[in-house]
Design a protein around this ligand. Structure first.
Ligand SMILES: [Zn+2]
Ligand SMILES: [Zn+2]
Length: 123
């Protein structure tokens, strides 16, 4: 199992007061996403936001085929038939899927459905 979440960066086993968004597996911890190349963040929230930016960079859309049930667009107040599925290829396990009409199948609308926090993934 992989455990994703913000964690304090340790240097020689000592806390540094800085956080990375990380993956933990078998007591090993790695920075992930954009945190691979960043010096760290002063708060857990900033580390989560950095991960969120990474997820947003991976947003992609696919056209709905017959395999998907007919859905309405998931944007508030929109009643159009959905024709595209949005997801982010940077999400481990790729659990986030949202339906959009043609007008709302944009990175901006999809990014409103992307939140970053603690998560557990078997991927
Ligand atoms: Zn970072
Ligand atoms: Zn719509």
């Amino acid at each position: 199992m992989n455990y994703y979440g913000p964690r304090e960066i340790l240097k020689d086993g000592k806390p540094t007061g800085l956080y990375h968004y990380t993956r933990r597996n078998d007591n090993q911890v790695w920075p992930v996403g954009l945190c691979v190349d960043c010096p760290g963040h002063k708060t857990k929230e900033e580390a989560c936001e950095h991960w969120r930016q990474y997820l947003i960079q991976g947003i992609e859309f696919v056209e709905i085929t017959q395999e998907w049930p007919k859905e309405k667009c998931e944007v508030d107040g929109c009643n159009n038939q959905a024709i595209m599925i949005g997801s982010t290829k940077n999400e481990p396990g790729r659990f986030i899927h949202r339906c959009f009409c043609e007008e709302h199948a944009t990175q901006e609308e999809m990014s409103k459905f992307i939140h970053a926090g603690e998560s557990i993934s078997s991927y």
